[in-house]
Design a binder for this molecule. Structure first.
Ligand code: G3P
Ligand code: MG
Length: 247
């Protein structure tokens, strides 16, 4: 397993400059020089993995109802903003490979679909990135989903995702053989950060849209940040070679 972590990840596809979790967003991130992009993946009513954040369609599309109830024929006819469609994971993967972007695939199961979502994403991710130079980083708030990814796609790097890092993070990292730890920037305390550093575990923080906050987090030793404000940090994306992990 080899993983190079860029400093900046475009959050939810393209952040706030393009409709979130769309191919237009990923293209924009690449055009602005980003080397990594995070997006959320959930199953449609037909079990197709698609890029969307919420369990319901209302906030980001002109549709109504639950993503997990929506057949593909209706889901892919929806407008996800500026005429963009909800992308399949397969389309996002192809774009990331084309641009050489590191994809952080956040497995975002609708409640009750943890295992099924992780199984589908793990299988597809293995096939979609087969032979790729840059492998995707799979992560999830659902530890069950990460466990499934570990078992079905052991060669793909995994990250644990927490709102706030729990006391037993080290056991969970070991159990799930995860290589990165992702958390909300607001809840990362210095003691935990020091322990992460001692364990050589990179900390990745979401969601940082303020340059002062970003500067402080990097000074404190955070490895990478997720941002919606692609415009603010584009100039920092190319200067830094990235943190290389080998294991
Ligand atoms: O994966 C990091 C971040 O995206 C987690 O929060 O709610 O934006 O998916 P959310
Ligand atoms: Mg996310």
């Amino acid at each position: 397993m080899k993983l190079t972590l860029p400093r900046w990840f475009a959050h939810r596809g393209g952040g706030s400059l393009a409709p979130e979790n769309t191919l237009a967003g990923i293209r924009l991130a690449a055009r602005l020089g980003y080397r990594a992009v995070e997006f959320d993946v959930m199953l449609s009513g037909d079990g197709t993995p698609v890029l969307i954040h919420d369990e319901t369609l209302e906030r980001t599309t002109n549709g109504v109802g639950r993503v997990c109830d929506m057949p593909d024929s209706e889901l892919f006819a929806l407008d996800a903003g500026h005429g963009e469609r909800i992308p399949r994971l397969a389309e996002a993967a192809a774009l990331c490979r084309q641009y050489g972007l590191l994809a952080n695939v956040e497995i975002k199961p609708a409640g009750g679909f943890e295992r099924q979502t992780a199984e589908t994403v793990a299988h597809q991710a293995r096939a979609l990135w087969h032979g790729a130079e840059v492998m995707p980083l799979l992560s999830s708030f659902s530890l069950e989903a990460v466990e499934v990814a570990r078992d079905l796609a052991p060669d793909l790097p995994r990250g644990l995702l927490f709102e706030q890092i729990p006391a037993d993070w080290q056991q969970e990292m070991a159990r799930l053989r995860a290589v990165t730890l992702h958390c909300n920037a607001r809840h990362l305390d210095d003691d935990t950060l020091a322990a992460l550093k001692d364990a050589a575990v990179p900390a990745l923080c979401y969601t940082v849209n303020d340059p002062e906050q970003a500067k402080k987090l990097f000074e404190r030793g955070v490895s990478s940040l997720f941002t919606d404000r692609l415009d603010l940090f584009a100039s920092e994306t190319s200067a830094y070679k990235g943190l290389h992990l080998d294991g």
